[in-house]
Design a protein around this ligand. Structure first.
Ligand code: SAM
Length: 234
């Protein structure tokens, strides 16, 4: 038993699932020596701030089994890969613009024997124009990639009408929501709910910003890089 398995078992993971998290952690630490993947290397901290935090959309948004999910700017796999490990029925696409991170993810997927999880080396701005990806997901998730206005432009185009964009944010979620009001609406979104949660019983506030896709995103969005980041709508 390791700290990772203990924490994930306590969080409701089955034994096999908790062991997969442990293997993922070991690969993360090994690869982190060669490429920059995470600043969080302490085992307990990684379990809480990476794994428990990443599965919060399942705990808080009641993501239905079998849902199709895309993670934009996944980095070392957060939150998309823990979501897949925690609920193996999910179909997950992991997107990142840095190929080194995609190579790491491919190794983790192969070592853990995961199926129905795809990695894509692309900028979200380009991938969202591909008809195989555009408006084809039940959920788009994203953590620590950009402010909410920019993210709405990058993420909402992937979501089917009736689906959700779930953004994992910190204590400044309310300010970001106010600044992103116009971008959310232009992209066809509508703010549904903000769910606060804690991963380690400290006062640090985590927030899931849940945005419903109410109508199709106009074809001209997302704009080409670097516009969504440099000139956020609003
Ligand atoms: N989501 C991970 C997490 O929470 O640990 C990684 C966060 S890291 C700070 C941001 C990641 O987003 C990087 O891996 C970067 O390459 C990726 N990224 C930034 N802009 C992107 C874009 N427009 N399209 C795809 N990936 C992007």
């Amino acid at each position: 038993m390791s700290i990772i398995t203990d924490i994930m078992l306590a969080h409701g993971a089955a034994k096999e699932c908790a062991e997969r998290f442990d293997k993922y952690y070991k690969l993360l630490i090994e690869w982190n020596k060669k490429i920059n993947l995470t600043a969080i290397t302490d085992e307990r901290e990684a379990a809480l701030k990476h794994f428990v935090d990443s599965v919060s959309p399942i705990d808080c948004c009641k993501i239905k089994p079998g849902s199709k999910i895309i993670d934009v700017g996944t980095g070392a796999g957060f939150p998309g890969l823990p979501l897949k490990i925690y609920d193996s029925t999910l179909s997950v696409t992991l997107v990142d613009s840095l190929n080194k991170r995609i190579n790491f993810l491919n190794e983790v997927i192969s070592e853990l024997g995961l199926t129905d999880v795809e990695t894509v080396h692309s900028r979200a701005e380009e991938l969202a124009k591909n008809k195989d990806y555009r408006e084809s997901y039940d959920y788009c998730v994203s953590r620590a990639v950009a402010n909410l206005a920019t993210l709405s432009e990058l993420c909402l185009p992937f979501v089917k009408v009736g689906g959700y964009f779930v953004s994992l944010k910190g204590p400044k979620a309310k300010e970001e929501i106010a600044a992103a009001k116009k971008a959310v609406s232009v992209m066809g979104g509508s703010l549904e709910e903000v769910v606060g949660y804690s991963v380690d019983k400290t006062d640090y506030e985590h927030n899931l910003v849940i945005i419903k896709k109410a109508s199709p995103t106009p074809a001209r969005y997302p704009r080409n890089a670097p516009k969504p980041a440099k000139e956020p709508i609003g």
